[in-house]
Design a protein around this ligand. Sequence first.
Ligand code: COI
Length: 372
Amino acid sequence: MAVKFPVKVTTTSQSRLSSVDFNNIPFGKVISDHMFVADFDGKQWTDLRIEPFANLNISPANLALHYGQSIFEGMKATKVHGEPVLFRPEMHARRFNVSAERMCMPQIPEELFVQALKMLVDLDRNWIPAGDDHALYIRPLMFATDEYFGVHTSENYRFLVFTGPVGPYYPKPIKLWVEEVFTRAAQGGAGEAKCAGNYGASLLPAQRAKAAGYDQVMWMDAVEKKYVQEVGTMNLFFVIDGKVVTPATTGTILRGVTRDSFTTLLKEWGYTVEDRLLSIAEIADAYWRGTLQECFGAGTAAVVSHVSEITWRDRKLELPPVDETHRPVGTRLKKHINQLRMGVQPDVHGWLQTCENSGVDMFMEQEVGMVA
Ligand code: COI
């Protein structure tokens, strides 16, 4: 990779790596040593730097805190033959820019986005955990930094990337509640953007579902409350009578990178994949006829998360046990993607990118103690 953007690299002299129990990594709690930071000054991205992970100094009048100009991505890095690899970073960069456009935020050059990830992952490569369902999670985000409390578009922004080793997001099959009171997004809303507000608005319905014994909600469309959308943390796939069906991306759900990868693989493996409107009534009908074979969520964090139960009003749809016999589609996808990310499967699509020549050594300047 040709390194295009100069980045000031300041490394920590007090790595926290030795304090991490890699045999027990809860999702989202462990954060690696460094972060990438860049600032948008109204015209361009400036002051590109990698520095020790530390708290930010933010004004209480920060626009993002009040009006939600805040977007993010979720990605993963693993190791192939000991070398860090990223999964489809350009596709994530493009989606990040789609979110930025929807939230009236500046575009970030794709090459800068990818260079930032590669340098950071290269530097913190020892934080990449080994093993199935384990990876270094990468969290790029952008938020407004203007100090102003009128409802307004910010002129200044910060782009930041940090990482952390993770295990499975859902360690066991999940139970879903079909949500017909709250909705996630309507046509013309921001449902396709990976913006903070979408997740904030999902917390209350998720909390209620958890209190009632479910793991998550299955969102329905906002108008008829009839068509399946997604599960907030992941897209959904159903296997009905041997065909794979995934709800269409009609502007209200996230265009998942994992969703796209799975659709590609399934078609190559000879499955019929239908990307279309899918009603909850059709799913229940398939269940009663005995043709609902599988349901699983697909996402970067979730990878493949099998669904064990779907509750729609007073009807409970219980899905088959999770093994290769009963869930051939979901289990094959999960195995394949894990093996691909560890170099056991050949990368025939060119989805993996190494961090070779990331440039991080070239820009290394000094070490500082931890600030956080
Ligand atoms: C991801 O799958 O990476 C996500 O961003 C979903 C969730 C963890 C917020």
